[in-house]
Design a protein around this ligand. Structure first.
Ligand code: NDP
Length: 384
């Protein structure tokens, strides 16, 4: 049976892993929409390879290049935020949400409104608009499958069990490239060093988030929305080997864990095939070669991001959206060489200390909070 699929963020790391899986079972998938921000040529090539109905760039300035690359072909070209939302709302059986940042929120919402299956990688959307998004999922009868490896692991460990029986949900964190660095070393950490993740090959923003531990902070908030066991039952443990992707401990003392290689094709495949399984070309786990699995408590002095995220979740209202927006601005500034590594957390903390906007109750209000927090963060950027 053929199923239709749209991939938002098709030119990114998650997009590439998803398309690699689709390539392996081409006859099973009908590709509707593929989107990017501005990688027009790359997007056009993918759209042609996969016979997509439409290719969309979020940045309208890149539409002429996309049009030119697709001229004379049956693939339609479109550009802009509205076009992204229309592509997301084409009613594909599965929509893979893999745009990076809060820019993915409106398209994710458009997909949710179709009441179909969404494989969600775009954690920032859920962090910024968790309650609104989860209410929309319930209202439209959509199926939200977590694609983030940790949340996918938790999702798998929860299957067939009751949330009421959960004692702890434990998110594992690799600790990133700076796990063992001193505060002094962190203050001098360079862009290239932050972009070298020890275990995972990912887009630039999430790789920096892994180095600061904001990735785990965002995931903490994401888990809070996806698996409503309460904040006091969520915890983080540093596990440098990234073999156990997360765990659930039940009240009888049983802990279930999901293990796998550090390859996003595993959790993506679990979403694409859900509730069945599919083949992947991923290397099997070689436990004797791995030898040891180790675990550490997070150090929130050197890496304050998880503390900031937990406090934002506790505060609720606009705080998670503010945290996310400030982090997006600070990471972009770090990647552009405008601020130092440790300024990322400092900027987020300072923005969270400004008067909090009122709690957003609609998508538009979340986007307004996001825009306001970005302005505040931009004002705090100091030269490195
Ligand atoms: P990448 O940076 O590799 O790719 C991002 C994708 O989003 C690209 O297709 C990019 O297009 C597009 N994009 C970027 N900005 C915009 C915008 N403003 N409007 C529309 N499209 C945009 O990111 P990743 O694939 O690494 O991550 C995607 C999401 O998945 C993130 O939320 C991340 O946290 C999450 N995730 C990623 C994992 C990974 O292993 N990579 C693991 C778990 C979660 P263009 O190429 O034109 O810039």
């Amino acid at each position: 049976m053929t199923r239709s699929i749209s991939i938002l963020g098709a030119t990114g790391s998650i997009g590439a892993s998803t398309l690699d899986l689709i390539r392996g079972e081409r006859e099973k998938w009908d590709v509707k929409a593929l989107t990017a921000n501005c990688s027009a040529k790359e997007l056009a090539a993918l759209a042609l390879e996969f016979g997509a109905e439409i290719a969309v760039v979020g940045n309208e300035d890149c539409l002429p290049e996309l049009r030119e690359a697709l001229s004379g072909t049956p693939v339609k070209a479109a550009g802009g935020t509205q076009a992204l939302c229309e592509a997301a709302g084409m009613g594909a059986d599965v929509t893979v949400a893999a745009i990076v940042g809060c820019a993915g929120l409106a398209p994710v919402m458009a997909a949710v409104e179709q009441g179909k299956t969404i494989a969600l990688a775009n954690k920032e959307a859920l962090v910024s608009a968790g309650d609104i998004l989860m209410s929309a999922v319930a209202k439209h009868g959509a199926t939200l499958l977590p694609t983030d490896s940790e949340h996918n692991a938790i999702f798998q460990c929860l299957e067939g069990n009751n949330l009421a029986d959960v004692r702890w949900i434990t998110l594992t964190a690799s600790g990133g490239p700076f796990r063992t660095w001193s505060a002094e070393q962190l203050a001098n950490a360079k862009r290239e060093q932050a972009l070298k993740h020890p275990n995972w090959d990912m887009g630039a923003k999430i790789t920096v988030d892994s180095a600061t531990m904001f990735n785990k902070g965002l995931e903490f908030i994401e888990a809070w929305h996806l698996f409503p066991v309460g904040l006091d039952r969520l915890r983080i443990v540093v596990h440098p080997q990234s073999v156990i992707h997360s765990m659930v401990e039940y009240r009888d003392g049983s802990t279930l864990a999901q293990l796998g290689p550090s390859d996003m094709r595993v959790p993506i495949a679990s979403c694409l095939a859900y509730p069945q399984r599919m083949d992947t070309a991923c290397k099997p786990l070689d436990l004797p070669a791995i030898g040891e699995l180790s675990f550490f408590a997070p150090d929130e002095i050197r890496f304050p991001a998880t503390k900031l995220a937990r406090e934002a979740a506790q505060a609720g209202g606009a705080a998670p959206a503010v945290l996310n927006a400030a982090n997006e601005v600070a990471v972009a500034a770090f990647l552009a060489g405008k601020v130092t590594f440790t300024q990322i957390s400092a900027i987020v903390a300072k923005v969270l200390d400004t008067p909090m906007p009122s709690a957003p109750s609609s998508l538009q209000e979340v986007l307004a909070v996001d825009a306001e927090a970005r302005k505040r963060a931009e004002m705090m950027l100091e030269p490195a």
